[in-house]
Write a new protein. Structure first.
Length: 277
């Protein structure tokens, strides 16, 4: 059976002026064209060729000896070649760019953007791309707890957290309790593995281990104090919204950092301010 989106080894069953026809065997009824410019110079009837099957601009199945950047069900980083009213077109290594429908985008994309995408067959039988790669990512990563990883943040859920494609290949999640700062879809995140689940999926944190993070947060608070000429115009009793706006920290994180600075004699807290000593 000829299947688009896959590489298959097929037999040359007929030569014509504009290429050759390929099939699974010499007597198979289902055939696909390999255009003349793709046919190896010395190819003859009966030869076997490895080809990729897809549909051309007229929605006819066609083959190519070129290898695209991803196959059916795989994930790879692709670049936006152009945008259109119905979606975008991605460069995937073939003459005809790969269509990314609007409904398969997790953020608005523009020409030149790069991100991991998966290849699937839509309801009309055409190959398309999706940025919703969760079900296509692997769970057999080589990473273990406390390893440092890098990945593309492709989706955010209030309930579950931020979904990350580590190395554009492995399934990972930053749970809400581990999210820090202003994370958004399209970010490349550097993170630490905090858990490897039994099914192989990774939990990540963009924060350091607690004792390291407190020191980092303390320095962040000091930098903000200095930006206010040595006197921060609010204390650890400030609202969570103010703290989040100024420092991208939770109130608890801010209080731990302020406590560290107090303990080390670097600040004093007055009724309305935190001052550098």
């Amino acid at each position: 059976m000829l299947e688009i989106g896959k590489i298959q080894e097929l037999t040359i069953v007929k030569k014509v002026d504009f290429g050759v026809y390929l099939a699974e065997s010499m007597d198979a009824s289902e055939k696909v064209l390999l255009p003349g410019r793709q046919v190896p110079k010395d190819a003859k009837q009966g030869d076997r060729l490895e080809v990729f099957l897809y549909k051309d601009s007229s929605d006819r199945m066609i083959s190519t000896t070129a290898r695209p950047k991803l196959l059916l069900g795989e994930v790879a980083e692709l670049r936006v070649a152009q945008t259109a009213k119905m979606g975008a077109f991605l460069d995937w290594g073939l003459e005809k760019d790969l269509f990314l429908p609007f409904k398969e985008q997790t953020k608005k994309v523009k020409e030149g953007d790069r991100f991991p995408a998966a290849l699937y067959v839509d309801k009309s039988g055409r190959l398309c791309a999706t940025m919703k790669v969760y079900h296509y990512l692997h769970t057999d990563s080589p990473y273990k707890k406390d390893d440092r990883v890098s990945g593309y943040l492709y989706e955010i859920s209030r309930q579950f957290g931020a979904f990350v494609a580590v190395d554009n290949r492995y399934s990972a999640l930053i749970p809400p309790r581990e999210m820090y700062g202003e994370l958004k879809v399209g970010d490349t995140v550097e993170a630490r593995v905090v858990r490897v689940h039994e099914d192989g999926k990774l939990d990540l944190s963009v924060r350091e281990k607690a004792w390291l993070q407190i020191e980092a947060d303390a320095e962040k608070v000091m930098a903000l104090i200095d930006s206010f000429d040595g006197a921060l115009p609010f204390t650890d009793k400030a609202s969570p919204e103010v703290i989040k706006r100024e420092l991208s920290m939770s109130k608890n994180e801010f209080k731990r950092a302020v406590g560290n600075l107090l303990k080390n004699g670097r600040i004093e807290i007055t009724e309305r301010a935190i001052r550098r000593l």
